[in-house]
Write a protein that binds this ligand. Structure first.
Ligand code: NIG
Ligand code: FE
Length: 429
């Protein structure tokens, strides 16, 4: 495990080359190198090109190939590792019961209003020991890795009190040390109104803003601050208040915006120059225009719309409006209990009029931009982390075509082979 690796003979090296979010038409250009090769040294990409050029380059410099592991990717496409830029993967308990209620016709917001939903998971997460959250976290990260995900964003938000919010973030910090998948932590203390603050939402926002957030920032437990800006949850004014303070404390911004009701969340994201605004099922045309102009990544979560039986976000319209679009799972125990990347590809391409090329961009370089890491991950470029997925097929076009099934055969993280389907899954322990 020295992070030295050569991948050669890839039928398609899908580089997604770039160091910032791709907007509009740029999302269609995957910058593919046919018969490609990558050299990774000590975890960092050192060379990218055609197999012939790369191998003759190594010969010329008299590199000692015995220092490298070698993967022959003949008849296989190679892509950057996927970035899942919106998840809530650290939580206690499950809500399978609620799924049945929703099948019966109850809406997500109705269940939330009568004391179920997020606060149900809050009860279980408050009770869960740190070790339990670490163990379930490992299981979930293992599954994500098997789908080719090499970096994941994870949110707190199932504590709604100081101790549990911090416990969730500490779990993520620990997982980041022990697991191959990199974790980008987000503070989502304003995810729902807890029982004790019903009718006193402003007081809750003040508590999160003045008591909890400064501790999180001071201990550098989060890179981002997020809020569930939604009718009957937190208003635009409350969101502006909390996020402005977060910005002052050096946190970058995300919003759950315009998911169920159009409240002007997209416009607020543009005003605050958030890194991303997420969900956006109901975002207005003006909000989308402002996000494109401000360079806010539109992170779309089709599996949530699917699971809630809500209309999909207007992905095609957003790309045509010159927005940078990312796609993510929104993995969480309520609205969307799936970490399936193949499902995201299926829904985005078949139901949102997003092309396969755009979907690949949306899960690689644009997803990296959604977590402010486009300079270090999300593409196969010299100087970036050696994170990539080797497919079992010769083209990226097989990803949505093999509906609902993972086409990922191998996953490389920082130049080390960490998942190999042929070897029965994880190659480490
Ligand atoms: O992104 N919308 C709010 N938050 C999550 C759902 C969390 C939950 O239901 O537990 C989401 O869909
Ligand atoms: Fe979410």
């Amino acid at each position: 495990m020295n992070g030295n690796l050569i991948i050669k003979n890839a039928s398609e090296l899908v580089t997604c080359s770039g160091f910032s979010a791709k907007k509009g038409a740029e999302m269609s250009d995957l910058k593919i190198i046919p018969d490609g090769a990558v050299v990774i040294k000590k975890g960092i990409i050192e060379a990218v090109g055609s197999t012939q050029d790369i191998m003759s380059g190594l010969e010329k410099t008299e590199s000692d190939l015995s220092d490298f592991d070698i993967i022959d990717a003949k008849n296989r496409a190679v892509l950057p590792g996927f970035v899942d830029s919106h998840t809530h993967f650290v939580f206690g308990g499950f809500r399978a019961e609620e799924f049945s209620w929703r099948l019966r016709g109850d809406s997500y917001m109705e269940i939330m209003k009568r004391g179920g939903g997020i606060v149900n998971t809050v009860r279980a997460t408050r009770q869960a020991a740190m070790e339990e959250l670490v163990q379930s976290g490992i299981t979930r990260l293992d599954s994500m890795l098997s789908f080719g995900v090499t970096t994941v964003e994870g949110k707190s938000g199932y504590g709604l009190d100081c101790d549990t919010e911090i416990k969730q973030l500490e779990v993520m910090a620990h997982l980041n040390k022990i697991h191959y998948v990199d974790i980008v932590p987000t503070f989502l203390g304003a995810h729902a109104v807890p029982e004790a603050y019903k009718g006193k939402e402003n007081a809750f926002i003040e508590f999160m803003t003045n008591e909890v957030m400064p501790r999180v920032a001071q201990r550098e437990l989060a890179e981002f601050c997020d809020i569930f800006c939604e009718k009957n949850v937190f208003s635009i004014a409350q969101s502006r208040r909390l996020l402005s303070k977060a910005k002052e404390l050096g946190l970058k911004l995300k919003l759950h915006a315009d998911e169920i009701v159009q409240t002007g969340g997209a416009e607020l994201a543009a005003e605050l120059v958030a890194t991303s605004a997420d969900h956006l099922l109901q975002a207005s045309a003006e909000g989308i225009r402002q996000m494109a102009a401000a360079g806010v990544v539109a992170t779309l979560l089709p599996a949530t719309a699917f699971s809630l039986k809500e209309p999909y976000a207007r992905g095609r319209y957003m790309i045509d409006s010159n927005c940078a679009v990312a796609l993510a799972t929104d993995f969480n125990p309520g609205s969307c209990f799936t970490e399936s990347i193949p499902l995201i590809f299926a829904l985005a391409t078949l139901y949102m009029d997003i092309t396969t090329e755009e979907a690949v961009t949306a899960l690689t370089i644009n997803a990296a931009a959604a977590v402010d890491r486009a300079k270090t991950i999300g593409s196969l470029d010299v100087g970036k982390h050696g994170d990539l997925a080797v497919l079992e097929y010769p083209s990226y076009k097989f990803i949505p075509y093999h509906i609902g099934i993972s086409t990922v055969d191998k996953v490389v993280k920082n130049g080390n082979l960490v998942f190999d389907r042929k070897k029965g899954g994880m190659t480490y322990c």
